[in-house]
Design a protein around this ligand. Structure first.
Ligand SMILES: [Zn+2]
Length: 284
């Protein structure tokens, strides 16, 4: 009988623990499952809200834009797991906005507070996860798994195509409105280096020197760095093209994959992907 009561007590404790899964509790589980030691410093920290908040639903997104927060809150989600910043810079510093009573920031911050949202960033360690969580999701959506190099995961040997056709395929499979391309549209392509997000010009150049791809496909970069270099290469008649996918569309599939991954070890809580909308539209 005592044993039975003990069992009931334990079962009850487990049930109430599941009911009171907090934002911090979710993050602790992510840290335990991500497969790499937790490094510091990291940008993978809480950006807003109280970590002890009980979680009613998890919204996983590429970027915690105002639009994403509104849609997540409407769906009853109060823990937002975002790959990219919430407050417009890599470190999410808000002092300047606060000092200047910035109305855009104020409204976003108030929305988070009013809806008891908790925002946590999952950037560094999702890339450090092996294989890289972002790249894995993007490759899945591109259906490029069989083209991926075994030794250089960002390098792909694609069936012979042209720069124009490759750009169209990426635009269609990743669901992008605005894809910009540098280079000769009819250029033959068999190798592509994929660098989602904003890897930076140093990483882009390292990739070009190491892999010698026909095409580099990236999220974004300032227009006087990698873009100008590849424009010069094309103007010199060299065999090199660039596809600019945009930051959000270039990594978004990686956070959809993160949603699937979270479901492999988190239970008793709603987990859903809330895609960030592409900002850009084309002028007529
Ligand atoms: Zn990223």
């Amino acid at each position: 009988m005592l044993r039975y009561l003990g069992f009931l007590f334990l079962a009850g404790a487990a049930a109430s623990a599941a009911q009171t899964l907090t934002a911090n509790g979710v993050i602790e589980q992510i840290k335990a499952h991500v497969g790499v030691p937790w490094k510091t410093p990291t940008v993978d920290t809480f950006k807003a809200g109280d970590p002890s908040t009980p979680v009613t639903g998890i919204a996983v997104t590429m970027m915690a834009t105002y639009d994403v927060l509104v849609r997540a809150a409407a769906r009853g989600d109060n823990l937002i797991i975002t790959h990219e910043p919430t407050f417009y810079s890599h470190l999410d510093k808000t002092e300047e906005f606060d000092q200047n009573h910035d109305p855009v920031w104020q409204q976003k911050e108030k929305f988070i507070r009013d809806h008891h949202l908790v925002v946590w960033r999952f950037h560094d360690h999702w890339h450090m996860h092996r294989p890289d969580g972002i790249l894995t999701g993007v490759v899945q959506d591109l259906k490029w798994q069989s083209y991926q190099s075994k030794t250089e995961p960002e390098l792909f040997n694609v069936p012979p195509t042209t720069l124009a056709a490759l750009a169209s395929q990426m635009k269609q499979r990743l669901g992008i409105n605005v894809v910009r391309v540098v280079g000769d549209p009819s250029m033959k392509v068999t190798t592509v280096a994929l660098s989602p997000g904003a890897g930076g010009p140093e990483l882009h150049m390292q990739t070009l020197y190491r892999d010698h791809p026909d095409v580099l496909a990236i999220g974004e970069v300032p227009e006087w760095e990698t873009i100008e270099y590849i424009a010069d290469a094309a103007a010199e008649g060299r065999h090199l093209g660039l596809i600019l996918l945009g930051h959000i569309p270039s990594e978004q599939a990686g956070m959809e994959y993160c949603t699937t991954w979270l479901k492999t070890f988190l239970s008793g809580v709603k987990i859903e992907f809330v895609p960030a909308k592409e900002f850009f539209w084309l002028a007529k």
